[in-house]
Design a protein around this ligand. Structure first.
Ligand code: NAD
Length: 491
């Protein structure tokens, strides 16, 4: 008979991992709150500058041994980590569902992508080498070297994917890591530390939970860090970039988005297009940087599309994230809820509300912020069409002229992703070429297979993740010029 796990067993590890040990810092704690019920799940050590200092020292000490190992040995450990995730996926999914309110319907995909990320970089590192050339006078060798200790800071919306996007390429390339998870989403990452401690040598990966302005700022400013990698808001991204500029170290950034998704009149099946566009806007409880939140619908199908969209939005099932039938759970926190409701109020003043627009009641979720899937008909100049809302809200914009539509689609500070639906290949490629976005998805919004470069134009970031070029961001080149003879004196 299987025994029911205790609450402590469900939560797993909650301590920072520093130098291969689980440490209990003599500092304050912060609370992990269940966003559905308001229940206190756990208190987590609130690390600060002292723990960051310790973690960076441990990562520096581990660097020579780790970078000196054959890449194949590092890869073998990444494969083991992916296997551990597969074996423990049910518990990890449960933790994210209770910690951040993501649905158990979607979370398996997060862990599928995360596992794929470790396996991809474990494989890609074998082919990530420099080059050499020779001439009568000697040889040139350009070799890749890791950078040292990498400081990584991630947001709360997709912790499994964020951890994997950050640590897989960094470790594969031979760096050591200090990772700060988000204060709203630490539980699954801390539980993953059980595997990190088992699989990797001490100090290779250190996980230091805490607040942004404390642990995050201390990591950003630490002189022992050789590179910073950040995913989160553009506001904090600027602070990270400034800190990198101050110390002249490389910085990679994955920031926000306000992505256009474009419906052409020649689509084969408008029902399917609307279903995909609805998913593209409000998956992840609407809290995704790559959501297609501006839907440009061509005039010729607009009047047909609006009732289909309304039906699709009204049909989205809200509920407990633990219920497999739920498609939309609560927002991550009361603060996030307030921000989204504020955007909705602004939309009600400047745009035409088609459906939604209110808080929703969910049995058992009275202390959570559930928001009805909300659809506005608007123009590209309203606040709701310009700013990232991070909630289940979609702005629909009518278009007639291709040039004008492209100008509007690109008229945004961001450039993370874009989507389009058409049955005409030439139209798809011409439109994809014209869009200022790091990823363009044709006929299927959100397609993140490992190996597909992911990152932003403009204020959506710097650098590309999820691809072999990511390994370039986590390494540098050393050129060795070898001459067969010492040249004659030149002066
Ligand atoms: P945020 O920028 O507030 O926080 C992200 C991380 O930065 C957290 O770990 C936080 O503790 C830390 N942080 C906050 N202040 C800091 C400081 N002064 N110094 C150092 N670290 C600090 O972002 P958020 O609200 O948690 O996440 C939402 C944002 O993230 C959205 O804009 C979203 O688009 C973006 N995002 C982008 C991607 C992507 O891949 N491009 C993925 C997910 C989320």
């Amino acid at each position: 008979m299987t025994r029911t796990l205790t609450q402590n067993e469900v939560l797993g590890n909650r301590l920072p991992l520093i130098g291969g040990e689980f440490v209990e810092p003599a500092v304050d704690t912060f609370d992990a709150i269940n966003p559905t019920t308001g229940e206190l799940l756990a208190t987590i050590p609130r690390c600060g500058a002292a723990e960051i200092d310790r973690a960076v020292a441990a990562a520096r000490a581990a660097f020579p041994g780790w970078s000196g190992r054959p890449a194949g040995e590092r890869a073998a450990m990444l494969f083991k980590l992916a296997d551990w995730i597969d074996a423990n996926v049910a518990q990890l999914i449960h933790l994210d569902a209770i910690d951040i309110g993501r649905t158990v319907h979607e979370l398996p995909y997060d862990y599928y992508l995360a596992g794929g990320q470790y396996r991809f970089f474990a494989s890609a590192i074998a082919a990530h080498d420099g080059w050499n050339s020779s001439s009568a006078a000697g040889w040139m060798v350009a070799k890749r070297e890791p950078l040292g200790v990498v400081g990584q800071i991630i947001p709360w919306n997709v912790p499994a994917i964020m951890v994997a996007f950050k640590i897989a390429p960094a470790l594969a390339a031979g760096n050591t890591v200090v990772l700060k998870p988000d204060e709203n989403a630490s539980l699954s990452t801390l539980h993953l530390c059980t595997a990190l401690a088992e699989i990797f040598p001490p100090g290779v990966v250190n996980v230091v939970p805490g607040m942004g302005e404390e642990a995050g700022a201390a990591l950003t400013a630490h002189p022992g860090v050789a590179k910073l990698a950040f995913t989160g808001s553009a506001e904090v991204g600027r602070l990270i970039a400034a800190a990198g500029a101050e110390r002249l170290i490389p910085v990679s950034l994955e920031l926000g988005g306000k992505s256009p998704n474009i419906v052409f009149p020649d689509v084969d099946d408008l029902d399917l297009v609307i279903a995909n566009a609805t998913f593209g806007a409000i998956f992840c409880n609407g809290q995704s940087c790559l959501a297609g939140t501006r839907l440009f619908v061509h005039d010729a199908v607009y009047d047909e599309a609006i009732p289909l969209l309304k039906n699709a939005f009204d049909g989205v099932r809200l509920g407990s994230p633990l219920d497999p039938a739920t498609r939309l759970g609560p927002l991550v926190s009361a603060k996030q809820g307030e921000q989204v409701l504020d955007y909705i109020s602004s939309g009600k003043e400047t745009a035409n509300l088609i459906t939604g627009g209110e808080r929703a009641e969910v049995a058992g979720g009275e202390n959570g912020v559930f928001i009805q899937p909300t659809l506005f008909e608007t123009t590209n100049d309203t606040r709701i069409a310009r700013e990232e809302i991070f909630g289940p809200v979609l702005s629909v914009i009518r278009w007639r002229d291709w040039d004008d539509m492209i100008a509007q689609a690109n008229d945004t500070a961001y450039g993370l992703a874009a989507g389009l639906y058409t049955s005409n290949l030439a139209n798809a490629m011409r439109t994809a070429d014209a869009l200022e976005a790091g990823s363009v998805w044709v006929n299927a919004y959100v397609n993140l297979n490992p190996g597909a470069p992911f990152g932003g134009y403009k204020e959506s970031g710097l650098g590309r993740e999820n691809c072999k070029e990511t390994l370039d961001m986590y390494s540098t080149l050393k050129t060795i010029m070898l001459s067969t003879q010492v040249p004659p004196p030149m002066m």
